[in-house]
Design a protein around this ligand. Structure first.
Ligand code: UGA
Length: 436
């Protein structure tokens, strides 16, 4: 089966490479000539474990190709995926659908045969209806169906998530759409990955509801962590204790500096906008958004406390380990590290930082922060070391070496990756999240 993937960003590229790996014939399309030229040479636009090898092997096998021409790329394709960005519209948080609608128009104008058009981009409820209208208005003579197929990939684990999904959600309004999508996902069907067929609007909402629920789970445990610190309890044990209840589940209960990334912050805001448009308030999600926003700066104040308070902190130095919003990505979007660095800089604290993949992206977002070659270079002469992101490389730091290098043995572990007893035994003053 031939599949066209319009948009070769994170979602499009991972999905395209994985579909090709399942044996489909995939063309990835993007307007960015530089990006397509680099992809043809095997150079990835993003850091994602395993992606480069997957792209290379499938391109070599002739199943994956790249083009800037939409007309050429969609020719003969039974399924045309729209996987372009839907950023937050400046000012109001609505998802910006300009790119999605542009692609829909161009697809309609260039259809050369019957095809299913699939929105994979995260789009608000009703977008599929509009895409259908736009394509219809182009006057194409070919049969087409518009289907919603949201993605649930996590950055850093995207290939595994694609190949072994918890579920595949397909929102289709007619049998033609369902039939083609069954064929698209047949390799996963044989893997026994459950496929849930719903209406198109339902499928569009499932994506937002899933991300908002996960963001809520994280925010809930973060508030429990604050309470744990006050009452002398341990949030990791609370998470275990509630997570063993099958109705709650153990995942997404790691307390930390607040969620970031390209999805939860943007999608929760867009859901609020939809709720507002339809006059159906979602107060829980409203509270989650506000609570998470204020948490990021609160983490900066936690570091100031460890430095002896805002007054005493002036002129001291903090080392930030990990800048990306989570490990195994170079993505800095809405990363808690940005608000933390800002809070520290506002208080006159000098900052040195190290991140295994994110420093190039971080540099323009954190002017004045010294980017270092390795964790120990950042730690040298620091009055406090802060673990912001739980990269594996920070899980077994040489505590003795750190103590020698730092000006003061103070460790603030915002991801709870160390045992308080071990760190204190090594002579550190230690603060973590939700552990008294
Ligand atoms: C998220 C969803 O998990 C994916 O299912 C979805 O497809 C994706 O958004 C999307 O909409 O495209 P992602 O943003 O890559 O994926 O990252 P997550 O692993 O979900 O982490 C998001 C944030 O939550 C990170 O800042 C992470 O540190 C934080 N988090 C996660 C916690 O603080 N605690 C947890 O227990 C889990």
């Amino acid at each position: 089966m031939k599949i066209a993937m319009v948009g070769s960003g994170y979602v499009g590229l991972v999905s395209g490479a994985c579909f090709a790996d399942f044996g489909h014939d995939v063309v990835c399309i993007d307007k960015d000539e530089g990006k397509i030229a680099r992809l043809r040479e095997g150079i990835m636009p993003i850091y994602e474990p395993g992606l480069e090898a997957l792209v290379e092997s499938n391109a070599k096998a002739g199943r994956l190709s790249f083009t800037t021409s939409l007309a050429e790329g969609i020719e003969g394709a039974s399924a045309i995926f729209i996987a372009v960005g839907t950023p937050s519209r400046r000012g109001d948080g609505h998802a910006d659908l300009t790119f999605v609608y542009e692609v829909a128009r161009e697809v309609g104008q260039n259809l050369a045969g019957d095809a299913v058009v699939v929105t994979k981009s995260t789009v608000p409820v009703g977008t599929g209806d509009e895409v259908e209208r736009i394509i219809g208005d182009t006057g194409t003579g070919h049969r087409f169906a518009v289907v919603s197929n949201p993605e649930f990939l996590r950055e850093g684990a995207a290939i595994g998530d694609f190949k072994r999904p918890d579920r595949i959600v397909i929102g289709a309004e007619d049998e033609f759409g369902r039939e083609v999508m069954r064929e698209v996902y047949r390799p996963l069907f044989l893997n026994e990955s459950p496929i849930l067929f719903t209406s198109r609007r339902t499928s569009e909402l499932i994506k937002y509801a899933a991300n908002a629920f996960l963001a809520t789970k994280i925010t809930f445990i973060n508030e429990m962590a604050d309470l744990c610190e006050k009452v002398g309890a341990n949030v990791q044990d609370v998470a275990r204790g509630i997570g063993m209840d099958n109705r709650i589940g153990p995942k997404f209960l790691n307390a930390g500096p607040g969620y970031g990334g390209s999805c939860f912050p943007k999608d929760t805001l867009a859901l609020l906008k939809t709720a507002e448009d339809y006059d159906s308030p979602t107060r829980i999600v409203e509270a989650v958004v506000k609570t998470n926003d204020s948490r990021k700066r609160a983490m900066g104040r936690k570091v100031l406390d460890a430095l002896g308070g805002a007054e005493a902190a002036r002129g001291k130095k903090a080392a930030l380990l990990g800048l990306t919003f989570k490990p195994n990505t170079d993505d800095m979007r809405d990363s808690p590290s940005i608000a933390i660095a800002q809070t520290l800089a506002d208080a006159g604290v000098a900052i040195a930082a190290y991140d295994p993949e994110g420093m190039d992206q971080a540099r323009p977002l954190m002017p004045g922060v010294e980017m270092c070659e390795d964790p120990y270079a950042a730690i040298a002469n620091a009055d406090a070391v802060v673990i912001v992101t739980e990269w594996d490389a920070f899980r077994a730091l040489d505590l003795a070496r750190m103590k020698d290098l730092a000006k003061a043995p103070v460790l603030i572990d915002l991801r709870n990756i160390y045992s308080p007893d071990d760190v204190r035994a090594a002579g550190f003053s230690y603060a973590s999240v939700g552990r008294a």
